[in-house]
Design a binder for this molecule. Structure first.
Ligand code: SAM
Ligand code: SF4
Length: 337
């Protein structure tokens, strides 16, 4: 591990910031029902950080102790010339300053980019997939083609990357399919993470209609399978079990029913340079101003320090059962999950 040349970023609760997620675009080629409205207003392009500015901020975080970078969105692979950002960030893998460069994707463009990503040192990726039924897939994503995504997953595996499947558990939509998703994922050597729907951004469908507690899903799996708690941790809210019969892992992300903030090691940067210190809180810091007002990184480092000093102890997501209003007004596609 390469020694740091600058002091590490540590928040007031002693948590070391070692993981930066960057939403490189708010745009997407899908409109998943739990994530976006049908007619989303996207940001004007001029508001976005350039790929060079994104690299500069990511590099400043790496210099202060970030060991893992995840590019997300929106759909990260729809951003024009995104491969050049992966290419430039891969220098931190080569130097030993970074352990992992990765992305979360809907998979629609993986067939095109898998080989290149693997070439830039991306070893593991998360692909979001909520169903294996083509019609249901089209309904959930409003415009996705399951065949294309499955081919993308295949391309990623062929390129030598490990794939983890992320599925949002949706009541009355895919709750009858979780076991099938698990058997399919594990059959191909991929772990599966299940996510509880989170109250973010105004969308047309009521959240309470979609909300399916993962405790219910877990209980149903336990009727048929042996689930053994697994120590695997990413510093995030996921908790894992090993399924004895398949040998694979199932992760549960349950922000609404549990609070795992004490080990939180991450912050999130949006494509406009806003840094969110917590997915479930509104407080944010503007790093774009710091980057644009000076070529020297001193202002940027100061803005980062001020931001991390305000990282809250935890989130307070609640689905308001009477009003079903989101606890956080921004969409997941802004901060990338
Ligand atoms: N477009 C990429 C994708 O779908 O993987 C990356 C961005 S997407 C916002 C990241 C993850 O957030 C996906 O796994 C998606 O299912 C999840 N997500 C989006 N909206 C959500 C919500 N309201 N509650 C829970 N998960 C959500
Ligand atoms: Fe796009 Fe991902 Fe949101 Fe679906 S979950 S609309 S693929 S950003």
């Amino acid at each position: 591990m390469k020694p740091l040349t600058r002091p590490p970023l540590v928040d007031p609760f002693g948590r070391k910031i070692s993981y930066l997620r960057i939403s490189v675009t708010d745009r997407c080629d899908f409109r998943c029902v739990y994530c976006m409205a049908e007619n989303m207003q996207f940001l004007p392009r001029k508001e976005l950080l350039t790929l060079e500015e994104l690299d500069r901020i990511a590099t400043a975080f790496v210099a202060r102790g970030t060991r893992k970078l995840r590019l997300t969105g929106g759909e990260p692979l729809v951003r024009r010339d995104i491969m050049s950002l992966f290419r430039s960030l891969s220098r931190h893998l080569t130097s030993g300053a970074l352990d992992e460069l990765t992305l979360t994707t809907n998979g629609s463009l993986l067939s095109r980019y898998a080989d290149e990503l693997a070439g830039y040192g991306v070893r593991r990726i998360n692909v979001s997939l909520d169903t294996l039924d083509a019609d249901k897939f089209r309904e959930i994503t409003r415009r996705g083609d399951l065949k294309v995504v499955l081919a993308g997953i295949e391309a990623a595996r062929k390129a030598g990357m490990r794939v983890k499947i992320n599925a949002v558990a949706l009541k009355g939509v895919n709750d009858d399919e979780i076991e099938e998703l698990m058997l399919w994922s594990h059959g191909l050597g991929m772990d599966l993470t299940l996510i509880e729907v989170m109250p973010m951004g105004e969308i047309e469908v009521g959240r309470i209609d979609q909300y399916l507690p993962l405790s219910v899903v877990r209980g149903r799996l336990m009727d048929k399978y042996t689930l053994v708690d697994d120590p695997y941790r990413t510093g995030g809210p996921a908790r894992y079990v090993r399924v004895k019969e398949t040998g694979g892992l199932v992760g549960f992300i349950t922000p609404l029913t549990h609070n795992f903030c004490e080990s939180c090691n991450r912050v999130r940067l949006t494509c406009t340079g806003t840094l969110y210190m917590c997915l479930g809180q509104e407080d944010a810091a503007d790093l774009r101003a710091a980057v644009r007002s000076s070529q020297d990184d001193a202002l940027l480092y100061r803005a980062m320090d001020e931001a991390i000093a305000r990282k809250p102890k935890g989130h307070d997501f609640i689905i308001d059962r009477r009003h079903s209003r989101p606890a956080v007004g921004r969409h997941m596609s802004v901060t990338g999950g």
